[in-house]
Design a protein around this ligand. Sequence first.
Ligand SMILES: Cc1cc2nc3c(=O)[nH]c(=O)nc-3n(C[C@H](O)[C@H](O)[C@H](O)COP(=O)(O)O)c2cc1C
Length: 204
Amino acid sequence: MTSHFYEPANGHGLAHNPFKAIVGPRPIGWISSRDSQGQLNLAPYSFFNAFADTPPIIGFASAGYKDSVRNIEQTGEFCWHLATRTLGEAMNQSAATVEPSVDEFDLASLTPAASKVVGVPHVQEAQVVFECRLSQCLRLTSAAGEAMDNWLVLGEVVGVHIDTALIDDGVYQTAAARPILRGGGPGDYFEISDEARFEMRRPS
Ligand SMILES: Cc1cc2nc3c(=O)[nH]c(=O)nc-3n(C[C@H](O)[C@H](O)[C@H](O)COP(=O)(O)O)c2cc1C
């Protein structure tokens, strides 16, 4: 194998930065939040994942101190939505760079629905929703200890909504909702399918 090696601090030497294309496909953290005045906000974050399951903790990272981070620090609450093929366009519209006073639910023609545990409304059209309480908001640092303008928001999942159409015999069907995942170039997404599924058990 011939390897293309680079040190990111000195540039990647390729036509396009491969970093995000390599760490992919990534699930999308489609996040609703509200500021202390009650202004609603919705935005996607693909630096997103789950980090613990008991209690369940999810997190997303913001490049810059964006509205979602500020809102969640103000209220301590947010909701996460599964971004699916049918909601893809709406999810993308909610990424528009707009003034904090603009409600991305309106922008993307989505319906805010009251949540059960937290005060932040969620997207009614989403088939899976996590209601979350902020557990930590961390400002990232480089290996040299320099503060970066990147923020990791972690939240405990305190309420879960699942469309029962996605549950078969008590088992949640991962591919059935057609989740969309980010990867590849700037506009590239991936879907998953049951045909692509394979099984591999852990060694005992
Ligand atoms: C699929 C997708 C993934 C994104 N992932 C991120 C991300 O991980 N971090 C980030 O800072 N911005 C990300 N963005 C851009 C934000 O969604 C965008 O800056 C948005 O306006 C932020 O909204 P807010 O200021 O209301 O929080 C992403 C956009 C899209 C369409």
